[in-house]
Design a protein around this ligand. Structure first.
Ligand code: AMP
Length: 280
């Protein structure tokens, strides 16, 4: 695996790959890698000739400075994992490489998807996501960008961004990788104690409960029941439990058989904010 830290070096590599006509799969990450990230890499290796991964803890998408400060960094271990996953190139830039001092700040017109759920609880978060993905897509111009369903709303935002900037890159979504307990893998799980890791399984249990009862329970009542289950397991505050239409994340008013539904959860366990979702 070749590690690139400078945009200038990345540019040279990208130009030479494009000359060969090979397809490229790009997997953006913030590091502290786990099996979930590796499943995206596996997906990329299946569909593209060359896999490029990035590790960049993007400061502009953190609305909470404490969350940024505490974000786990395990670069040496990440490099070992990426090498064994047979990634071809790792882009590992500094903040200055991604955001040169003179670069103008853009605003992205992401529409209502930016303002609901995660957007409502983390103001500015999706502008930061759009900014970094725009920069990375412009530099790498990959054939595919592979992203996790774990960050459901982020996938919606990047879909919108690709349309806004007229990128030719195709977004591929990969399913959420879970522990046997049902807990969705997340870099933030590293901040949970053994006991909290047990408690955290309440999220996937509540999602399964939601899936089971969507047919016979009013959506708002079901959201309340799921929230109560999370509180009983020690979660709090709960930012949202939301039963939504997957296309625009507006709330489902009444479930009808065969309807596409996504249930999304964001809640704190101690100081750690966890998110998860389930498509029905
Ligand atoms: P992050 O490093 O948290 O920014 O995540 C980088 C990419 O990995 C994003 O596209 C996430 O959606 C994806 N990802 C994170 N956790 C998982 C998981 N448990 N399963 C599948 N993909 C994941």
């Amino acid at each position: 695996m070749i590690i690139l830290k400078k945009v200038a070096d990345l540019n040279k590599v990208v130009a030479s790959i494009h000359k060969t006509g090979k397809s490229t799969g790009f997997v953006p990450t913030m590091g502290a890698l786990h099996e979930g990230h590796l499943s995206l890499i596996e997906q990329s290796r299946k569909i593209a000739d060359v896999t490029i991964c990035s590790i960049f803890v993007n400061p502009t998408q953190f609305n909470d400075p404490e969350d940024l400060k505490k974000y786990p960094i395990t670069t040496d271990q990440d490099i070992t994992l990426l090498e064994s996953a047979k990634v071809d190139y790792l882009f590992l830039p500094t903040v200055e490489e991604i955001y040169p001092k003179d670069s103008p700040k853009k605003h992205y017109d992401l529409g209502q998807i930016e303002t609901v759920l995660e957007g409502a609880h983390r103001p500015g978060h999706f502008q930061g996501v759009a900014e970094v993905i725009d920069r990375l897509l412009t530099l790498i111009k990959p054939s595919y960008i592979i992203m996790g369903q774990k960050d459901f709303q982020q996938v919606k935002v990047v879909t919108k961004l690709i349309e806004l900037i007229g990128s030719q890159t195709k977004l591929v979504t990969s399913p959420t990788h879970r522990e046997q307990t049902g807990l969705a893998l997340s870099s933030r799980n590293a901040r949970l104690s053994q006991q909290e890791l047990q408690q955290a399984t309440a999220i996937s249990k509540a999602l399964l409960y939601g899936r089971q009862h969507i047919k016979d329970t009013d959506p708002r009542t079901l959201e309340q029941e799921m929230s109560s289950q999370l509180m009983a397991a020690g979660f709090g505050p709960i930012d949202y439990v939301a039963i939504c239409h997957p296309n625009n994340l507006s709330p489902i008013q009444q479930y009808q058989t065969g309807m596409d539904v996504v249930i999304l959860v964001a809640a704190f366990l101690g100081q750690v904010r966890l998110i998860d979702n389930m498509l029905i």
